[in-house]
Each structure stands twice: as structure tokens, then as C-alpha cells.
Design a protein around this ligand. Structure first.
Ligand SMILES: CC(=O)SCCNC(=O)CCNC(=O)[C@H](O)C(C)(C)COP(=O)(O)OP(=O)(O)OC[C@H]1O[C@@H](n2cnc3c(N)ncnc32)[C@H](O)[C@@H]1OP(=O)(O)O
Length: 497
């Protein structure tokens, strides 16, 4: 793989002429003669005084701080001076309200400095935690190779994690593994593309594209707090002449049409600057659950949504999908931007794995997280809303439903089996259980019903635009409502007799 120097990488990302270095010169000469020689050699070879450089710049106009490793300097390893430089830069980025972009490439802790260097991981992590607590974005771009204590501290804490194609990214270096265990580490495991599939890395992209992603992510973040860009349109009723389905069962049938628009169609139709993320960031992924940062009506929001096309028998939503959803909730809270949840599920996976993976607990934790989330929230009943997996994304400040959407404790066929011991009474059960959008509106569980004319599958484009407008309007209403009232409306409606 081509290894670009820190300077080359930096220059590919920052706006020309915008870089201002923050680094105080390091002149340490260690007592150990061999290490002193190594340092001297590294300084001569790279023209740098340590294994990373820090500074301020703009990327497509966004004010950022950058930390860039130089692998050519003792493998980008972190000792006391590099650690102190990094910590100082993070703190300064926080104080100046800058987003932080870290671009590691490293063999980890500097072996010549031992445990004192190892403990730098703690100090650096503390500074990253403070930065994130200030609701400032922290983006990580993992370059080839990133290993050890760097991957295990500042390399793994990004709000969004990107990586270089083909990059070796792992905890233990493969040579060390082979030396210790007498066999090669399995091929392809410590590779950027595999980490994306595993839900550890969000995006794999060449460094040449990085500025574009940084721009999109920071536009979403900034839009979340910049009133100038916000669409303040209001919507009191989504339709002047609502088309209610003839029966609730008709709505259920419509909601199951193969060609009904799903969350990805909705996002494609109405959102800008879409940045799709992958998995929990902690080693689980589920393609049935979309998590993305987008701009909607000028606002930056996090969207978490159940993707109807990815939920089939054998791949229904399990506990990992709900953990992906909770990552999205946390991300919205961390970045202090609203959350939009999209419900469209025939029901959760019912299996040994789902039980042992904590499905029930994850539903409970989704509910608990949503109830306490300190940012505006809108939930959208887009289609099917069967069971706990649907409920898990429901509590919100405003609830918007499509006219053929529904929410029920389990699919109507299941309810019929419980009560009548057959599935023939499903239409009757759907009616009597009050699962349809209009019934939910009448009971105050839903705030607005978005018309389908008469079926979203027959007019996906216009339907998505109406739905997008209703979500934007709901966000606007929340912003105009007193905070205490918002919190009350999030939960009170669900506890009424
Ligand atoms: C908590 C911790 O961080 S413990 C450390 C955990 N780190 C690791 O397990 C990774 C160790 N390093 C490696 O496995 C490899 O160096 C890799 C995969 C990162 C890179 O491999 P390569 O591209 O083949 O580079 P190579 O191994 O030749 O390293 C380049 C130089 O950096 C040195 N180096 C690598 N890692 C370190 C390190 N952590 N500290 C000091 N020097 C290091 C190498 O000894 C080598 O020096 P040399 O040129 O004088 O021989």
C-alpha cells in the first residue's frame, strides 16, 4: 500500500493556505543511547520532531483541528512527547469549539518508552471524552496501519469512523501475533473492509474523498445548531381531505406491499448530505436498521430507521439491530441534534439467538433511552409496526404516521391466533385493537397522519415529499414549544387510560 506522509495527508484534506500548526518544538534527547539514535534518525528521515503533527485549519470552510500521525517516525508510535502534544491539541480544539479530525497510522505505544508511554492512552482518552462532552464532533480516519494502543484509545472513539481502503487495522500487530503464537493471524480480519462489515468502521474511502465526508458530517452538525439554515414551515394538518383506508385490514395489506416506499426511499427523496453509518461502532451490525446523519429541512438530524427491504424471514430485526438504533440515539445526544426514528417492521426475530442476545432488554433500553434523550425527537410510523421492535422506536416528542401505517402488540394474525386459535379473524382483530393510524390519532398516540393517495406504493415520490414536510414541521413545532411541555408530551400520552 502507498504510505503517504503526514504532510501529504494533511494537504489533501485542508483548504489551501488554511493550516496553522500548533506544535511546540520537541527537543527531548533520552538518556538511552539507542533510543536517542532512533529519535535522531526519525527526525532526519521525516523532517518532523515527533510522530504526529497537530494544528488548526479549515476543511471546505469548516473550522477544524487536525491530528495526523507520521508512520515514518518510529511507526507513528506514541510516547510521552507525542501523547502530551496530542492531549494539548484536543484540549485546545475543545476550548476553541472546533471539530476534531484525527488521522492515526501507528504501531501503538512506543516500545522504547514502556509503561509510561502506555499510560498516555488514558490521558488522551480523557481529553477526547471532554471534547465529546462539549458536543463537538470527533471524526477518526484510520490509515494504514493502525494498531495497538492507538486503535485502542483515540482510534476507536470517533462519532464517525472512516478508514483507508485495504488498511491494516487491528489491536495486536500480525507480526507480534505470529511470533507469540507460532502461526499467522487469519487473513482479512484486520482489514478496513472487514471492520466495516463487522460494524466497527462506518465508511471505507480513499483519503482523497475524506474532505467531502468531513464536509457532509460537519454540515449536518452545524445545521443542527444554526438557525439561519432552518426551514420554519409549519403544518397543522398533513391533508385537507384525508383519505382513510376503508378498513384497518386494508391498511395492513397496503403496508405490506413489496413496492411500498421504505426508510431509504424517504431519506433519498427528502434529505441532503446523507452520511450512512455502519453498525454499532462496537462490533455489531444489522442491515435492517439504517443509521444516518442527514440534513432535513435545513436541520442536521440523526435518522434511525427500520429498512423493510432488509427484513425477511431469516433476517428479521434482532437485538443487534436495536443496539445499532441505540448508537444512533447516543449520537444525536452527543452531537446535540434532533433524532428521527422510522418504524417499519413485520416484527422482531424470534429465536434462541435473539433471546440470548437480549432482545427484550434491548427493547426496554431503547424505550428508556428515547424517553430520556435530551434532544428533540420525532418518530414516524411509516408502514408495518408489529410488536416490540416497533414500540422500541416509538416514544418521541411528536409522532407522525402514514395513513396506512399501524402499530400493534403483534401482527394481527398473531392476535387472532391468541384469541380465536386461527388467523382468519386477523381483519377483525386489527379493527378491534385500534391499530390503524386514524385510531392512533384519535387516541392521541399519534400527532399527525400523512395522507396516502390512496396508497404510498402508487405515488412514492409525492408521498415521501409530504412525509418529509410533516417531519420537518414536527421538528419546528418542538423547537417552538416550551421544553417542559415537550418532555411531558413525549411520555404522558402513553400512560393515559
Ligand atoms: C498498548 C500497545 O500499543 S502495545 C503495542 C501494540 N502494537 C502492536 O502490536 C503493533 C506492532 N507493530 C507491528 O506489528 C508492525 O510494525 C506494523 C503492523 C504496525 C507495521 O508493520 P510494517 O509496515 O512491516 O512496519 P515495521 O514493522 O517494519 O515497522 C517500522 C519500524 O517501526 C518500528 N515499530 C513498530 N511498532 C513500533 C512501536 N510500537 N514502538 C516502537 N517502534 C515500533 C519497527 O520496529 C520498525 O523499526 P525498524 O525500521 O527500525 O526495524
Amino acid at each position: 500500500m502507498t504510505r503517504r506522509s503526514a504532510v501529504e495527508v494533511r494537504d489533501l484534506i485542508v483548504d489551501p493556505g488554511s493550516w496553522v500548526g500548533w506544535d511546540e518544538p520537541v527537543t527531548t534527547i533520552p538518556a538511552d543511547a539507542d533510543y536517542a539514535d532512533d529519535l535522531r534518525g526519525a527526525r532526519e528521515k521525516t523532517g518532523l520532531d515527533e510522530s504526529l503533527m497537530t494544528g488548526a485549519a479549515t476543511v471546505r470552510g469548516h473550522r477544524v483541528a487536525l491530528v495526523v500521525s507520521e508512520f515514518g517516525f518510529l511507526a507513528g508510535s506514541i510516547g510521552a512527547d507525542a501523547g502530551a502534544r496530542m492531549t494539548a491539541a484536543i484540549r485546545r480544539a475543545t476550548a476553541e469549539g472546533r471539530a476534531l479530525v484525527a488521522l492515526p497510522a501507528s504501531g501503538g505505544t512506543r516500545m522504547q518508552e514502556g509503561t509510561a508511554a502506555f499510560l498516555q492512552m488514558v490521558g488522551i482518552t480523557a481529553a477526547v471524552v471532554e471534547h465529546k462532552a462539549a458536543h463537538l464532533p470527533y471524526l477518526v480516519y484510520l490509515r494504514h496501519p493502525t494498531t495497538g494502543g492507538v486503535f485502542a484509545s483515540w482510534g476507536s472513539l470517533g462519532h464517525v469512523t472512516l478508514a483507508e481502503p485495504g488498511a491494516l487495522i487491528g489491536f495486536l500487530g500480525p507480526r507480534v501475533y505470529e511470533g507469540l503464537y507460532g502461526e499467522a493471524f487469519p487473513d482479512g480480519v484486520q482489514q478496513a473492509e472487514n471492520l466495516r462489515v463487522q460494524g466497527l468502521v462506518d465508511i471505507v474511502t480513499p483519503v482523497d474523498n475524506l474532505a467531502e465526508f468531513v464536509d457532509a458530517i460537519l454540515r449536518v452538525h452545524r445545521a443542527g445548531i444554526d438557525p439561519a439554515e432552518i426551514d420554519t414551515a409549519t403544518i397543522t394538518s398533513a391533508s385537507d381531505t384525508p383519505t382513510t383506508p376503508a378498513t384497518t385490514w386494508d391498511a395492513v395489506i397496503a403496508s405490506r406491499r413489496e413496492d411500498r416506499p421504505g426508510v431509504r426511499d424517504l431519506v433519498r427523496a427528502v434529505a441532503d448530505d446523507v452520511v450512512n453509518l455502519s453498525g454499532t461502532g462496537e462490533g455489531e451490525s444489522d442491515r435492517g436498521l439504517l443509521v444516518a446523519m442527514v440534513r432535513l429541512g435545513g436541520r442536521g438530524v440523526v435518522v434511525i430507521g427500520q429498512d423493510r427491504r432488509m427484513q425477511k424471514p431469516g433476517s428479521l430485526l434482532g437485538p443487534s439491530a436495536l443496539r445499532v438504533a441505540r448508537r444512533g440515539m447516543q449520537l444525536a445526544a452527543d452531537l446535540d441534534i434532533p433524532l428521527v426514528t422510522v418504524i417499519d417492521t413485520p416484527g422482531a426475530e424470534l429465536s434462541k439467538d435473539a433471546e440470548e442476545g437480549g432482545l427484550a432488554g434491548e427493547i426496554a433500553r431503547c424505550l428508556a433511552d428515547l424517553i430520556a434523550l435530551p434532544v428533540p425527537t420525532v418518530s414516524v410510523l411509516l408502514g408495518e409496526g408489529a410488536g416490540g421492535a416497533a414500540l422500541a422506536l416509538m416514544p418521541a416528542d411528536r409522532v407522525v404516521a402514514a395513513s396506512n401505517a399501524w402499530l400493534s402488540p403483534l401482527p394481527p394474525e398473531g392476535a387472532s391466533l391468541i384469541v380465536h386459535r386461527d388467523t382468519d379473524h386477523a381483519p377483525e382483530m386489527a379493527q378491534s385493537q385500534g391499530i390503524g393510524a386514524q385510531a392512533l390519532l384519535d387516541r392521541g398516540f399519534v400527532d399527525v397522519v400523512v395522507d396516502e393517495k390512496p396508497d404510498a406504493a402508487d405515488e412514492p415520490g409525492p408521498f415521501c415529499v409530504r412525509m418529509g414536510a410533516a417531519i420537518v414541521a414536527a421538528l419546528g413545532e418542538i423547537e417552538r414549544t416550551d421544553a417542559a411541555e415537550v418532555i411531558r408530551s413525549r411520555t404522558e400520552r402513553f400512560g393515559r387510560p
